[in-house]
Design a protein around this ligand. Structure first.
Ligand code: NDP
Length: 384
């Protein structure tokens, strides 16, 4: 049976992994909407290849290029946030939310409001909107499937079990490219070094988040919303091989883990085929060749991001949205060469400490909190 799919963030790393899987099963899928920010030529090529109904760029200045690249194809084109939201709300069996950052929040919420299946990679959207998003999921009868490898692992380990019996959930972290670096080395880390992840091939922002461990912090907040076991039951362990993607421990002492290659096509295939299974081209795990799997406690002194995220979850209200917004600004400043690597967490901590905003209760309020936290983060950096 043919299923319909829209991809928000089609030109990114998650978008590419998803389309790679779809390409291998073309007869089973029909593509509705594909979106990008400004990579118009790349988006047009994908829209042509997959005969999409509509291609949308967020940046309106890129529409002319998209139109020209798709002229004569019959594929509709559009630009801007309203067009992204319209594309996300188009009827589709599954909408993959893979825009990076809170730029993906409003389109993801538009897909959720349709009450279908939303496959969520865009963790920043859930971190910012938190209860506003989970309330919309419940209200609209939406099925929210986690794409993030850790959350997808937990989702698989929880299948057939009752969360009431969960003693703890452990998120694994590779520790990123700077796992064993000293303070002095971290202070001198360059953007090129930060985006070179040892195990995963990902977009620039999440690669930096992985290097600072903010990725794990955001994932802690994400897990808090996806799996209601109480934040005090969420743990983090560093596992450099990235083979065990996360674990769930039950009250009887059993721990279930999900293992797999470090390839996002595995969790993406899980959500695309859910509740069935589909083939992937990934090489099977060879545990004998791997030899050993190791685990160690995170070092929150060198990498304070996870402690900051835990504090934000405990504080609740606007704190997670503030943490996320400050991190997005700090990561962009680091990638642009404006601040050193070690200032990312320092700025986020400062913005969190100085920004007490009321808890957002609607999407508009989440967006307002995000905007206010961004402007405070920018101001702090300018005057530093
Ligand atoms: P990429 O940077 O590779 O891709 C981001 C996508 O979002 C691109 O299609 C980009 O378009 C689009 N985009 C960027 N800015 C905007 C904007 N302002 N408005 C609309 N669209 C925009 O990111 P990833 O694929 O690595 O990550 C996507 C999301 O998935 C992130 O939230 C990340 O945390 C999460 N994730 C990623 C994993 C990975 O392995 N990559 C693993 C788990 C989660 P354009 O190409 O035109 O810039």
């Amino acid at each position: 049976m043919t299923r319909t799919l829209s991809i928000l963030g089609a030109t990114g790393s998650i978008g590419a992994s998803t389309l790679d899987l779809i390409r291998r099963e073309r007869d089973n899928w029909r593509v509705v909407a594909l979106t990008a920010n400004c990579q118009a030529r790349e988006l047009a090529a994908l829209a042509r290849e997959f005969s999409a109904e509509v291609a949308v760029v967020a940046d309106e200045s890129c529409l002319a290029e998209l139109r020209e690249a798709l002229s004569g194809t019959g594929i509709a084109t559009a630009a801007g946030l309203a067009a992204l939201i319209e594309a996300a709300a188009r009827p589709a069996d599954i909408v993959l939310a893979a825009i990076v950052g809170t730029a993906g929040l409003a389109p993801t919420m538009a897909a959720i409001e349709q009450g279908r299946i939303v496959a969520l990679a865009n963790k920043e959207a859930l971190v910012s909107a938190g209860d506003v998003m989970t309330a919309a999921v419940a209200r609209c009868g939406t099925t929210l499937l986690p794409v993030d490898s850790e959350h997808n692992a937990i989702f698989q380990c929880l299948a057939g079990n009752d969360v009431a019996h969960v003693r703890s959930i452990t998120l694994t972290a590779s520790g990123g490219p700077f796992r064993d670096w000293s303070h002095a080395q971290l202070a001198a880390a360059t953007p090129a070094q930060a985006v070179r992840h040892p195990n995963w091939d990902m977009g620039a922002k999440i690669s930096v988040d992985s290097a600072t461990m903010f990725n794990k912090g955001l994932e802690l907040i994400e897990a808090h919303h996806l799996f209601p076991v109480g934040h005090e039951r969420l743990r983090i362990v560093v596992h450099p091989q990235s083979v065990v993607h996360s674990m769930v421990e039950y009250r009887d002492g059993s721990t279930l883990a999900q293992l797999g290659p470090s390839d996002m096509r595995v969790p993406i295939a899980n959500v695309l085929a859910w509740p069935a299974r589909m083939d992937t081209p990934c090489a099977p795990l060879d545990l004998a060749a791997l030899g050993e799997l190791t685990f160690r406690a995170p070092d929150e002194e060198r990498f304070p991001a996870t402690a900051l995220a835990r504090a934000a979850v405990q504080a609740g209200g606007a704190a997670p949205a503030v943490l996320n917004a400050a991190n997005e600004i700090a990561v962009a400043a680091f990638l642009a060469g404006h601040i050193p690597f070690t200032r990312i967490a320092a700025y986020v901590a400062q913005v969190l400490a100085q920004t007490a905003l009321p808890a957002p209760a609607t999407l508009a309020e989440v967006i307002a909190v995000d905007a206010e936290a961004r402007s405070r983060a920018r101001a702090l950096m300018e005057f530093a």
